[in-house]
Each structure stands twice: as C-alpha cells, then as structure tokens.
Design a protein around this ligand. Structure first.
Ligand SMILES: [Cu+2]
Length: 136
C-alpha cells in the first residue's frame, strides 16, 4: 500500500513539473504574438491606403470558430476586413472571395464591387459560414 502511495505521489509530482514547464512555454511565446500582430496590421494598412479611406472598411472578427458578425450588409464599393483572432488557421472562401490561410492576428480585405449576396465559409472548418450582402 505504501509503495502505491509513493508511486502515486511521484506521478503527481511529474504532472506538476510538466504543468510548470508548459506554463513557462506559453509565457515565453506570448510576447512574440503582439509583435506579429502589429506587423500584419501594418501590412493591411498599406493595402487600405491603396483601396481608399479607413472609414470605408468594415470589420469582421474571426473568433471561436465564428465570423462576427456572421451576417453583414454593406454598400457596394465598401471593403470588408476579416481578422483572425483564433490561434488556429482560418480562411474566407466563397462567392468569388478567396483569402490565404490567416494566422492569428492576420487580416484579409475584400472590396464588394457588385451588388449581391456573398456566402463564404472557412475551407478548413466548413461548418464556419458567413454572409455579406452588398447593396447599392
Ligand atoms: Cu476555420
């Protein structure tokens, strides 16, 4: 009985040690993420300058495997910016829209030049769906 108890305590100790190591890892990687985010936003900012004023951009957030807002109505000519706030990759594909895989903090912009209903999904997680209606 005592042996079992000792083994149990050792195993418990190992789990504790592993837990501490994991915490340290996540602590170390965290500071690099905001830097990447800032870089990506800078890149997106350059694109915005090409397409038009900052005011024309409407944001859709990708978070928790969802597009927020899921349904969005914009004016024709308006640009929508999807920003991935999940740690997993997502993309925006459908109705002529096609983004690259977006990492955490990365954004994709698309300008709706024609009136219509644009349905899109994430190719990696096809149950993730969103819709943009562009009206005059
Ligand atoms: Cu996805």
């Amino acid at each position: 009985m005592r042996k079992k108890l000792i083994i149990f305590l050792i195993i418990l100790g190992v789990f504790f040690a592993v837990g501490c190591v994991e915490n340290k890892d996540s602590g170390e990687t965290a500071p690099t993420t905001p830097v990447e985010e800032a870089d990506n936003r800078g890149a997106a900012g350059n694109e915005e300058n090409v397409t038009g004023a900052e005011d024309d951009i409407v944001d859709i957030e990708i978070r928790g495997y969802k597009y927020i807002p899921q349904n969005l109505t914009v004016k024709v000519g308006q640009t929508v910016r999807w920003t991935n706030n999940d740690t997993v990759l997502h993309d925006v594909v459908g109705s002529g829209i096609k983004s690259e895989y977006l990492q955490k903090g990365e954004a994709f912009t698309y300008t709706f030049e024609e009136e219509g209903t644009y349905e899109y999904v994430c190719k990696i997680h096809p149950w993730m769906a969103g819709e943009v209606i562009a009206e005059v």
